[in-house]
Write a protein that binds this ligand. Structure first.
Ligand code: A2P
Length: 408
């Protein structure tokens, strides 16, 4: 660990004294001697553990696989852990590190949600989001553990899946939240670069359960909205990162664009390009819980230039059809008519309106600013065709946390 750059919040590794059978396997396995014991408990030294997870698999009971987000200053000491009969309840770490949302983040969020008139209420059953645990003054330091190109080599866009590992630093996220990346260096005026926001593409428990990481879906920006050549500072920085590089991360952010947690809730998701990141996170959350048979439907409308330009095309195609109803809209496939997501929403109008009527269905729109009007018109038309008044429905959906839009 490097205390000089470590933030205030720690993801502390603990052993559950109620389940532990005191077999000594973890202490023998730990490569850095972070585990110790007395005649009562096996415990983890918060000053040594670097969350390498080597001890997890050999543990016969799972007692080793316990974590708490704690304020670093009040991490549980070895002496405290040795006295436990049971694990303590979770601490309220967000209250321990209050800080204002950076102005730049508030501005980006306001622009992103302007198309629906500002951020809506979150779904009533959404989990509690932590926000701004890591600030510009004290960013979290993540290590790049993967950087994979998602688009085909011949594709015109370079979209990447970038995995950031937070090691022993607590960085709790929920699907739909964003994190801020601070590109190193300064701009043409010698000022530090602004923070850039990216939606996380992983579910709350990371790319793999119990790995303390999140993935981002990043498109290398090489031109502006008008097609003029520009080099996006943050996107090029991220897309060029190599495995092992470190990145300064702030956040997490977002208290509205969150998924419902209650069984029976459905998701209607509409995205273009990298707007697929939150949809991947939510879909993956549901996929991991498929065996629980919680019910609810997933319907996805996904717009891209062509299949080879669509992030996560392969994994999406492998999902069971009775798990998710996928509708692609391709705009640049030679020999095929140009299609946008709004066209496909109209084609599937009856099913879309059935979901809009369903109070258990929550709608998420994410992608290009330009799609806002088209998608709104498609909803309005589909509603009109099936006896529903979109303009009356929208405010009610917003008030109940059922309609969420983020565009850029
Ligand atoms: P287009 O081929 O017209 O650019 P991108 O690859 O630039 O991220 O865009 C993702 C998809 O969103 C592309 O298929 C793109 O089509 C499409 N798109 C562009 N403008 C709109 C819009 N106004 N409404 C819906 N989709 C759009």
């Amino acid at each position: 660990m490097t205390p000089d750059i470590a933030p205030d919040v720690l993801r502390q590794h603990l052993i559950d004294p109620e389940i532990c059978i005191r077999c000594n396997t973890c202490e023998e396995t730990c490569p850095i001697d972070a585990i110790t014991h007395d005649d009562r408990n096996y415990v983890v030294d918060p000053g040594k553990c670097d969350s390498c997870n080597v001890c997890l698999a050999p543990c016969p009971t799972g007692a080793i696989d316990n974590w708490r987000q704690v304020a670093r200053a009040s991490a549980y000491t070895i002496a405290q852990q040795l006295a436990w009969d049971a694990l303590p309840p979770p601490q309220a770490v967000d209250a321990a590190t209050p800080a204002d949302i950076p102005q730049e983040v508030a501005r980006i969020t306001a622009v992103a949600t302007a198309g629906q008139g500002g951020a809506a209420a979150p779904p009533w059953s959404a989990a509690h989001p932590y926000v701004n645990l890591h600030t510009l003054a004290k960013p979290a330091v993540a290590t790049v553990s993967g950087n994979f190109r998602l688009t085909d080599d011949g594709a015109s866009s370079d979209i990447r899946h970038i995995v950031l590992d937070f090691g022993s630093t607590a960085f709790p996220v929920l699907e739909g939240q964003t994190i801020g990346i601070v590109p190193p260096g300064t701009d043409a005026h010698g000022r530090p670069h602004f923070v850039r926001l990216y939606s996380i593409a992983s579910p709350r428990d990371g790319e793999r359960p119990r790995y303390n990481n999140v993935a981002l879906t990043v498109k290398r920006v090489t031109e502006d909205h008008a097609g003029k050549a520009v080099r996006g500072v943050a996107s090029n920085y991220l897309c060029d990162l190599e495995k092992g590089a470190t990145v300064h991360v702030v956040g997490p952010f977002g208290t509205s664009f969150l998924m419902p947690n209650h069984p029976g809730s459905s998701l209607l998701m509409i995205c273009t390009g990298t707007g697929s990141a939150p949809m991947r996170a939510m879909t993956e959350r549901r996929r991991r819980r498929i065996a629980l048979k919680e019910g609810g439907q997933l319907m996805l409308f996904f717009g891209a230039r062509a299949p080879e330009e669509l992030p996560y095309f392969g994994p999406l195609m492998k999902l069971p059809r009775d798990f998710i109803d996928i509708n692609f809209a391709f705009s640049r496939v030679p020999g095929q008519p140009k299609q946008y997501v709004q066209d496909v929403i109209r084609t599937r109008g009856a099913d879309v309106v059935r979901l809009l009527r369903d109070e258990q269905c929550y709608v998420y729109v994410c992608g290009l600013k330009g799609m806002e009007d088209g998608v709104t018109e498609a909803f309005r038309d589909a509603c009109r065709a099936h006896g529903l008044d979109w303009d009356a429905l929208l405010p009610a959906m917003r008030a109940h946390g059922r309609y969420h839009l983020e565009t850029y």
